[in-house]
Design a protein around this ligand. Structure first.
Ligand code: R5P
Length: 290
């Protein structure tokens, strides 16, 4: 039994201060989510800015040791503290990332075909129990709208969304654009909206110079910009800046960070762009001098 409260005379119920209640949440379209899911999202998206810089290093799940990721222990671990979240596979997480890492993890949850096969033929590649065991903050699943196995990949996503809702685990849908598809705002609007309509808590998609603001505006949940193939650093920073100005909630970049001449400088520059709205030229100077 607890001891009796002996300080009854000095209780203060702040009768003149309205109670602060939960129910409001700073991320687009996320106000009706459960506490645990909001808590996980708030580890990925900085509450102070509502934005995120995710470092994507999951490429090995379909293409093996990608340039820059040959040795994650040597080349990547030192970058992880600069990221708001690390996007990786459970294999790299368990084998190479220290469990003492404070950076939240977004876990690759789909896979199957290698780069040698039809990439849209993916299946769910993890059990939700393992994601919970690994204490990750979100799951990432590829969705190939218009791809050969479109329905299968949408179903992978909806299965994960159902599991995620059961356990408070957000799902990030990654809109994969096949080689034969036009990467334009019209396509991305459709792909992102389908993912959000079917339950993804946030969506990763590519930047397009024309009409990206219509992609973010018509998607009811946060969008993070995918990095894509390596660009000159100033171009990559400009792309990130424009995406943020046009409504993205963050970026999820891989090659444009770890294939840079100065990955540490680049991730810090990207972070300034994303969280502080730093202009590309200034961020580029920061990259060069870091
Ligand atoms: C893309 O489909 C995968 O999620 C990648 O392995 C990765 O996240 C891509 O990152 P980036 O294009 O920025 O190198």
């Amino acid at each position: 039994m607890p001891e009796a409260d002996s300080s009854g005379e000095v209780k203060n119920f702040y009768l003149d201060i309205p109670a602060q209640t939960t129910g409001q949440f700073y991320l687009k379209g996320s106000g009706a989510l459960d506490w645990g899911m909001q808590n996980r999202l708030s580890r990925v998206f900085r509450p102070a800015t509502g934005h995120t810089v995710m470092l994507a290093i999951d490429h090995g799940y379909f293409q093996g040791p990608t340039t820059g990721l040959e040795r994650v222990d040597v080349n990547i671990l030192s970058l992880v503290p600069y990221a708001d979240a690390l996007m990786c596979t459970r294999g790299i997480l368990r084998s190479t990332v220290p469990s003492s890492s404070a950076t939240p993890v977004v876990l690759r949850a789909s896979g199957g075909p290698s780069i040698l096969k039809e990439l849209s033929h993916e299946e769910i590649a993890i059990d939700i129990d393992d994601a919970l065991r690994l204490n990750v903050c979100a799951l990432a699943v590829q969705v190939f709208i218009g791809g050969e196995f479109e329905t299968q990949t949408v179903h992978n996503m909806t299965r994960l969304v159902d599991l995620g809702l059961r356990y408070g685990m957000p799902v990030m849908a990654v809109t994969a654009v096949g080689k034969e598809m036009a990467r334009d705002a019209r396509y991305l609007r459709m792909a992102c909206r389908i993912c959000a309509e079917l339950g993804a808590q946030f969506v990763k998609t590519y930047y397009v110079a024309e009409g990206f603001e219509t992609v973010t505006a018509s998607c009811p949940v946060p969008i993070v910009m995918a990095g894509g193939k390596k660009l000159p650093e100033l171009d990559a920073l400009t792309m990130a800046y424009r995406a943020m100005q046009e409504g993205a909630a963050g970026v999820d970049m891989g090659r444009n960070i770890f294939q840079s001449d100065s990955p540490t400088g680049m991730i810090q520059a990207v972070s300034k762009v994303v969280h502080e709205g730093m202009k590309p030229a200034e961020a580029y100077d920061l990259y060069r001098t870091s």
